[in-house]
Design a protein around this ligand. Sequence first.
Ligand code: GRF
Length: 214
Amino acid sequence: MLKVGVLISGRGSNAMALIEAGLAHNYPARVATVISNRLEAPGLRFAHEAGIKTATVNHHSYAGREAFEREIDARLKEAGAQLVCLAGFMRVLSPWFTEQWRDRLINIHPSLLPAFPGLDTHKRALAAGVKFAGCTVHFVRAELDHGPIIAQAAVPVMPGDDEAKLAARVLEAEHKLYPQAVRLIAEGRVNIFEETVFIEGALAPVATLFNPVL
Ligand code: GRF
C-alpha cells in the first residue's frame, strides 16, 4: 500500500478525490497526511473529518523558504509518505525540495501542458481560442509546471464557455485523472526514461476527437 502525502493551499477537492479513492479496498494507495500552508484552507477540515492526519505549515512562520520546506519535508517523512501529491499547493518549491522528492513528487495542473503553465490557465485558454482544454498530472521538476507527463485528460471547450464553466468541466476530469495517475504509480507501472514517462500496459484511446464535431 503506497502512502501518499498531499500538499494543499485551499479548497482541497483533489485531495478529497485522492482520499476517497483510497477508501476502495482494491486501490493500492492511501493518503497518510494532508498538509496545508494556510490554516483556513477548507480542504484541511474535510481531510480531518475524513479521519486523515492533517497539519498546517504556515510559510509566514518561517525565516525563509528553506526552513519552511524542511518542516514540510519532516512532516511528510513523519507520516511515512512515499509519494507526494501537490493539489492546489500555491507555493513554488525550491530545487532542494524537488530533488529531495525527485520522481516521488507529482502535481496536477489544469491545462494540457506544456500549454498554459502558471496561473489563470482557463482565462488564457479561452483567450487563445483553443477547442480543447484539459488537465495534466506530471512529475515535478524545479521549473514551475514542468516535468515528465504521466497522464492527461482533454475536455472540449464549448460555445458560451466562461472561465467558471470551463474550470468546472476540467475539475471534474481532474478528480478522475489524479487518482488514476496515483494508482499507476502505486502499481509500479510508471517508468521515466530520459525525462519521458512510459506506462506498462497502458492503453491509449483509439478515437480522434474533433471539435466542432465533423
Ligand atoms: C486545481 O484546478 C488544480 O489543477 C490546480 O489547483 C486547483 C486546486 O483545486 N493545481 P483543489 O484545491 O484541489 O480543489
